[in-house]
Design a protein around this ligand. Structure first.
Ligand code: EPU
Length: 407
């Protein structure tokens, strides 16, 4: 089966379309509700988006809007990535303050620091972030925070800097493949960017960007979820589109856990013929083990042989799934930013509710390894970021049925 396009790549790239008046065409767009929310944000700003199959055409025209409203930002924090393009094109952006979310506090200080360094003034008024700049100007910016680099702050500064006269140097830039995809999209639009994929990105401002046709990278988190699914049922799965270079830490940990991962041409084959061994995992910014696979890996460790420690170094509060996994018989104790998992011989199917997107996938994987039936509620979380996951999992021989949808 084939991995869909990356949700976390397409969202900032959709925002980047605002950097030009000309239409852009984005291919390999996943059918997930976060994309629909971003289309709605662009529509409210005065740009037009049309999705046909997996091709999305965005026509910014001479959009006039500068406000990303509360009802949409509260639905999806990634809405914040219109901040950079709006400032660059309109000299003004009003974006509802995102606040915390179920995976813990999610500050935006690095976004603000970066845009201020480029010359923007920023204030908070009536729950909205109001940023203004008559003219952005290239600058040297250190974007490292208490938890390392920030994916969307790097994206925001990168987008704003493309049209800022002079040179911008982003130090401690995020190195995630989704940042690289955004940079490649911007370069195709005419931006001058070097160093993306590394911690120091250099941007030379240009006066205008043009529309392009661009194909989104495969979703490494979906690919990783499918790899862990194969491991949890002792299956044998070929995942087309999964890129080994985006999944190094995941492949390494699965191999350490006794799961065989074979790199084929353009795909990965995952085979779990031996019992899965417990391994310790620490989430880190790329190329470290991704936080977006921590919950799924916890489901696997719950049925592994031995004891593992899973430590969150990106979102120290991202452990909402522990209580639901425990309801299925998992033995997990939380110690601060770590979870200590004692593998059990089997999980027992139960009604559970997904607290967030990645936890929803973890609970499905746990249900696949459990006896009897597991009924998962909160599917609206799953639909935010996974396209057709249940159909993809059926090829592993499990029975999955969608009874109803909340969206
Ligand atoms: N942080 C700050 N200040 C900031 C921004 C971030 O301290 O101004 C901290 C965060 O609190 C966190 C760390 O920096 O501790 C990294 O957060 P980051 O900014 O990189 O997260 P993000 O850009 O808001 C993206 C993904 C998340 C993913 C993280 C980390 C998108 C749309 N979202 O969020 O994806 O977990 O990077 O890789 O790209 C998901 O898909 O389920 C998801 C949550």
């Amino acid at each position: 089966m084939t991995v869909s396009g990356a949700k976390n790549a397409v969202l900032p790239i959709m925002a980047a379309c605002l950097l030009s008046d000309e239409p852009s065409i984005i291919d390999n767009v996943p059918h997930v509700t976060d994309v629909v929310t971003m289309m709605e944000i662009l529509r409210r700003l005065g740009a037009f988006g049309a999705l046909s199959g997996d091709r999305l055409t965005i026509t910014p025209g001479r959009f006039q809007g500068t406000v990303a409203p509360y009802d949409l930002v509260s639905r999806m924090r990634a809405s914040i990535c219109v901040l950079g393009p709006l400032l660059a094109r309109k000299g003004k952006a009003q974006v509802s303050m995102p606040g915390g979310c179920v995976i813990g506090p999610r500050p935006i200080d690095l976004h603000l620091k970066g845009l201020q360094a480029l010359g923007a003034s920023v204030a908070v008024e009536h729950g909205y972030l109001v940023a203004e700049a008559k003219q952005l100007k290239g600058a040297r910016i250190h974007l490292g925070g208490a938890f390392g680099s920030s994916v969307l702050a790097t994206g925001n500064v990168l987008m704003a800097a493309t049209l800022a006269p002079g040179t911008t140097l982003i130090e401690h830039a995020a190195c995630e493949p989704e940042v690289v995809d955004l940079a490649n999209f911007l370069i195709q639009m005419g931006a001058r960017i070097e160093g993306h994929g590394g911690p120091l990105i250099r941007v030379e401002g240009v006066s205008a960007l043009h529309g392009v046709t661009y194909r989104i990278i495969p979703d490494r988190i979906e690919a990783g979820t499918l790899m862990i699914a194969a491991a949890i049922v002792g299956g044998d799965l070929v995942i087309d589109g999964a890129r080994a270079e985006h999944l190094g830490a995941v492949i390494d940990k699965l191999c350490e856990a006794n799961v065989q991962v074979e790199k084929l041409n353009g795909s990965l084959r995952v085979r779990a013929t031996q019992p899965v061994r417990a391994v310790d995992i620490t989430t880190l910014p790329f190329p470290g083990f991704p936080t977006d696979l921590q919950a799924q890996m916890m489901a696997l460790m719950a049925v592994s042989q031995g004891m593992s420690v899973l430590t969150e170094k990106v979102y120290p509060e991202r452990f909402m799934h522990i209580s639901e996994l425990s309801r299925m018989g998992a033995s997990i104790a939380r110690e601060g930013a770590s979870a200590i998992v004692r593998g059990v011989a089997r999980l027992s199917g139960a009604p559970v509710t997904a607290p967030d997107l990645r936890a929803s996938a973890a609970l499905i994987l746990a249900g696949m390894a459990a006896d009897n039936q597991t009924e998962l509620g909160g599917l609206e979380h799953l639909e935010r970021g996974y396209h057709d996951l249940e159909r993809k999992l059926v090829s592993l021989g499990v029975e999955l049925e969608r009874i109803s949808s909340n969206t």
